[in-house]
Design a protein. Structure first.
Ligand code: HEC
Length: 230
C-alpha cells in the first residue's frame, strides 16, 4: 500500500542514489584503446568484386616476384657449384618454403603450367590454353586475374626464358643442353617435352588460384574460412 512513510523512504533512497552517483568516477575500460583498434581492424570492409580482383593481382605479383627472385638465385648458385645435377632439385619454385608460406597467407595455390611440359603434372589444361596463347601472341609481361566461378579466382602470368642459364636444361640437346645432362633429365622425366627453347621464348605460365572466401578473409584481417589444402 502506498503511504507517507514509504513515499519518504523512496525519496530518501532516490536522493542517496543521485548524491552517491555524483561521486562515481567513470573509470576507463582497461585496454579500451586496444579494443577499439581491434574492432576497427575487424570491421568488414566493403569490397567490390573489382577491389578483390585488383588485390588478387597484387598478391599474385608478390608471390611471383618472391618465387622468381629465389629461383634465379638458387639456379645461379647451384649451377655454379655443381652444374645441372645439383640444380635439378631446385626447379620447383612454387614449392619453396618461403613461397608456400606467402601463398598460404593469401589462401592461394601456385603452379607453373606449360603446353609441352617437362613434368606431365604441369600440363596446361584446356581452360587456360587461350590465356597462354594470348601471352604467346602479345609477348606481354603483365598478369591477369579472372573469377573462375563464385569461389575461385585465377591469376596468370607468363614465364619467359629470361636467362641464358635456362637453356642449360631447356635448350637444344647437343648445343646448350649437354648430352650427359639431357640423359640425366630424361631419366627423371621420361616424358620431357621442355627442350629446344631459345632465349626470350615463352616457356610456361604461372597459374595461381585463390580461394575467394579465404582471400577476402585475408584482406579483412580475419581467420580463413575454408580448410583448402593443396
Ligand atoms: C637445372 C636444370 C634446369 C634449369 C637451369 C631450368 N629448369 Fe625449368 N625445369 C627443370 C625441371 C627439372 C623441371 C620440372 C620440375 C617439376 O618436376 O615440376 C622444370 C620445369 C620448368 C617449368 C614448368 C613446366 C614444365 O616444363 O614442367 C617451367 C615453366 C620452367 N622449368 C622454366 C624455366 C626457366 C624460365 C628457367 C630459367 C630461369 C629454367 N626453367 C631453368 C629444370 C631446369
Amino acid at each position: 500500500m502506498f503511504n507517507a512513510r514509504s513515499l519518504s523512504a523512496t525519496i530518501t533512497f532516490c536522493i542517496a542514489c543521485i548524491v552517491s552517483g555524483c561521486d562515481v568516477k567513470i573509470k576507463p575500460i582497461e585496454g579500451g584503446k586496444e579494443i577499439a583498434q581491434e574492432a576497427e581492424r575487424h570491421k568488414v570492409k566493403r569490397l567490390t568484386q573489382q577491389d578483390i580482383l585488383n588485390a588478387a593481382r597484387k598478391a599474385g605479383d608478390s608471390v611471383v616476384a618472391l618465387a622468381t627472385q629465389q629461383w634465379d638465385a638458387r639456379l645461379i648458385e647451384q649451377l655454379t657449384q655443381g652444374g645441372v645435377a645439383a640444380a635439378m632439385p631446385h626447379c620447383q619454385p612454387e614449392n619453396y618454403e618461403e613461397v608456400e608460406a606467402l601463398q598460404h597467407k593469401y589462401g592461394a595455390i601456385s603452379r607453373r603450367v606449360s603446353g609441352r611440359p617437362r613434368n606431365p603434372q604441369n600440363q596446361l589444361d584446356a581452360q587456360v590454353t587461350t590465356t597462354l596463347q594470348r601471352y604467346t601472341q602479345s609477348q606481354s609481361d603483365s598478369a591477369e586475374v579472372v573469377a573462375l566461378n563464385q569461389e575461385e579466382l585465377l591469376y596468370t602470368a607468363p614465364i619467359y626464358v629470361r636467362q641464358e642459364n635456362c637453356l642449360n636444361c631447356h635448350g637444344t640437346p647437343g648445343k646448350e643442353l649437354a648430352p650427359a645432362d639431357y640423359t640425366l633429365i630424361q631419366e627423371k622425366y621420361p616424358k620431357d617435352q621442355a627442350i629446344n627453347y631459345k632465349k626470350g621464348d615463352l616457356i610456361g605460365m604461372w597459374h595461381i588460384t585463390f580461394d575467394k572466401a579465404d582471400f577476402v578473409a585475408f584482406l579483412n584481417d580475419q581467420p580463413k574460412k575454408s580448410r583448402r589444402r593443396r
